[in-house]
Design a protein around this ligand. Sequence first.
Ligand SMILES: [Zn+2]
Length: 591
Amino acid sequence: MNRLKQLRTIFLTCVTFLTLVPFNSQQAQSPSDRKFADLILHNGVVWTVDSKNSLAQAVAIRDGKFIVVGSNEAALKQRGPKTQIIDLQGNFVTSGFNDNHVHLASAAQFLEFNIMAVSTQEEFVARVKEVIGRLPKGEWIVGGFWGAYDEWAEGSAGGQRREHFAPDMTLIDKITIDYPMFIRKFDNSQFAANQAALRAANIDLSNPQAADVEFLKDSQGRFNGHLRGKGVARLFSTVAPRNFSRERRVQQTKNALAEIARFGVTNVSDMSDDAQLDIYRELHRNGELTVRVHFRPGLDRWKEFADGGIRVGSGDEWIRLGALKGHIDGIMGTSSARFFQPYSHDPNNRGRWRPLMVNEKGEFVEGKFLGYMLDADRAGLQLTVHAIGDEANHLLLNYLQELNKQNGKRDRRFRLVHAQVIAPQDFKRLGQLGIVAEVQPFHLSDDMRWMEERIGHERSKGAYAFRSIQASGAILSFGTDWPGTSASEYPINPMLGLYAAVTRQTTNGKPELGWFPDERISIEDAIRAYTYNTAYASFEEKIKGSIEVEKLADVTVLSRNLLRVAPRELLKTEVIYTIVNGKIVYRRREL
Ligand SMILES: [Zn+2]
């Protein structure tokens, strides 16, 4: 079983969470014991991520902040009658991981059900049984995205093809009588429905011409739930709920928060919908939010947020607003990232621009996207823009220069989101323009399956070129893009990202020396990119991102010393404690 599957199985079979202590129901302390710590962690190797890269043995925490970072003795001096003391037994501690890029609503849905990497009918049936075990009758099951790893197995460096898998819906019809299921192949080329869904959609199997739906037969000539044709998605959009109920989303969110805590992540930057923001607010009010959220709506909505008084720094330590996210091109997974030259495997394709770059006919409009940038920037909002192909990144840097010219230079911390393929001449501009490269290093482990096949060797030199980005003077910030695209899965686990950044290998250790090994970075720099630098990226480095007195007490305790272990061991490193605002939100079962 490969690593990703293993992680998922572990999650599904033996998840253990603490009963969370609500954050707002903290017991009032009497004035006489105010001076003591709430929590002391001692006997550890504390990598503080401060500017001197200091190490400490212990920390003492009070009211959600560090009050001592130093020796065991100094921390234990803060011990009072109610202080919780944890002996770290030599384990490694670092600042809580801050993931620069998640799509939490999709991740939460994805955790509930997905069959992206499923390759047998047995696995498929098992996955369906799991999901119906968790849902009340009548709930729809959607998504699925089967086949995403058919052509390039997970963890492979490319070239490994395996047999195509398609779910046989007849195998699950009996157990899903009360659960309509409408799922899709990762590339949307095919759909599958169970009997309950066909019934809900009123599909008449005896009349295949109806509604522009084609019923597909398997190799034995049977109909096994597979559908194709323009009418399919349209037909089901009228019967399947467009959005899950609030109740189901709250439950999905709680499961996602547990997953986040289990991997030592204490902050995320999320790009979900407004309903998700609302759920965070509700959880926060109830003392159930266990991760700090930096929330980024779409750039096209700049006026709405500006008029609502939102600026950089708006919100509080738990839910931070003030940044907007825009897109200028597509993604590598579907060969839609925008390049100067055509794709190597598709000579007529250079990728495409996103809607804010074009007119109704899809033609590029000079200055349209820049207009949004200028307006949002003038309104005091932070800009963060998705660019993947070399032309997209190049153009965005031009826009940034124009922004400096028209709105004047200032500390913008412009976030170049993904920054995946940079043209050689553009690296120096990254530093000159003071950008934050909001990258997700595990993309490289996953994408190298097909990167050179799609853009060739030369262009690949500028792909995920973390050392060059750092050397330019730009700030490197890490995260995951959890849960990934419909073609690739990107788990929330920071160890995968740290491993990718220091090895540039697949999870199976290929290629032996790493893919373009000159672009590997040190583990120290990688941890910094995942902690302090992501706090910097949201203008919050003064209050979090490192273990220093007065900063917010967000901490991850790990089973191995990340600074000492062989890179392969990073993948075996487990989280022992996750602490947010001085409270334990996850504890490994066996200690
Ligand atoms: Zn994303």
